[in-house]
Write a protein that binds this ligand. Sequence first.
Ligand SMILES: Cc1cc2nc3c(=O)[nH]c(=O)nc-3n(C[C@H](O)[C@H](O)[C@H](O)COP(=O)(O)OP(=O)(O)OC[C@H]3O[C@@H](n4cnc5c(N)ncnc54)[C@H](O)[C@@H]3O)c2cc1C
Length: 364
Amino acid sequence: MPLAIAYAPTRDRYRTVVVGAGPAGVLAAAHAAAAGPVLLLEASDLPRHKSCGGMIHALSVRALARHGARIDNAIREPEQVRFRFHDWDAEVKKPCSLTFYNVDRDAFDALLVEMLPPNVEVAARCRALTVEQDAEGCTVTVDAQGSVLRIRCSLLIGADGARSTIRRAIASAGRPYVTIQDLVEFTSPIEPFFDCIYSSCIGEGHAYSYVVPKDGHALVGSVFYPGAKHPHRMQELVLQGVRERLPAVGDTVAREACAAAHIRSMDDVLAGTGRVLLAGEAGGFLSPTSGEGISYALRTGEMAGRAAALEPALALTAYRRSLRPLMAQIRGKLTLLPIMESGAGRALARVLPAPVVSAITRYL
Ligand SMILES: Cc1cc2nc3c(=O)[nH]c(=O)nc-3n(C[C@H](O)[C@H](O)[C@H](O)COP(=O)(O)OP(=O)(O)OC[C@H]3O[C@@H](n4cnc5c(N)ncnc54)[C@H](O)[C@@H]3O)c2cc1C
């Protein structure tokens, strides 16, 4: 049965409200629905568009397989791409064994929404403005295309991404990375690599860039530290560098800017407070070293949804417990981050044999 999408909530009370229909929110809503009606609020229209490289880690495929979902219809050419460390300063390339499925992110997200059970009410173009908590639950204030509504729930899951409103309503939140991604033409096939580019010549605040081929086009993206000046100008330099090295890369067809959570310490990672749980990037759940976020969103969404299906007063404790292995993983990656970002770390990656770089990359 096709999913029914409304443009305003139909009731003023639900057991669970989930904010954000990305991978974290969809999985959270699907699982929370086991305990009663769920409202899933999404600020944009659905199906939505999210700026993304569309690199799908095997962990994401496994997380979806647990729900009987397959990503085949979202996969694009080349179907798989291998991660490659590409240092422009020394013109060194290190192909690694880490492989990703290459998807159209819009098709992938549309496929996720199809997994929702009928007792999840989806309200698109509805933005959560704030949330207040009391001993019995939460009240979320929603802008439903100009009408301001107050919705009551026993539990709320904030899965509203890198610029989470829900996170800011319950705790502090750092500034995210700024990302710019160009969809570019190319005249002949480029190699099936997800090239991760490091260069000291792009400008202050440039973290890294990437090139990934996708169905007759390529995505050229860049990640900039919070507060970086002139990211669009730096992105032009990146495009110039890409075209010098890959003459088949042509004009930009479309450009978009977005944000990604910038995780520097475990203080940036938060499961929630009281009756509010945070999942996906809203909670700071993504790989701080690689920026891979989809598998983290799917897994934390599932965990938050399962916890939400328990007695609401116990949900946060249960969620924190299930998050422990993932938290330990993020903590481990955070210890590697300063080395990775340092000049010494990059110099080391240049000289280490490719199999060693490849082995390290598997943990990023
Ligand atoms: C340029 C770029 C490239 C990336 N490439 C990759 C990649 O190749 N592979 C990978 O694994 N990860 C990648 N990521 C990261 C990945 O996209 C995210 O980690 C992942 O989408 C997070 O999922 P989420 O559900 O937590 O949040 P999101 O996917 O961001 O979804 C949040 C949703 O909440 C909605 N929302 C926001 N505020 C409100 C509100 N107040 N009320 C209601 N709804 C709201 C938004 O409209 C959005 O639909 C990339 C990120 C960027 C920016």
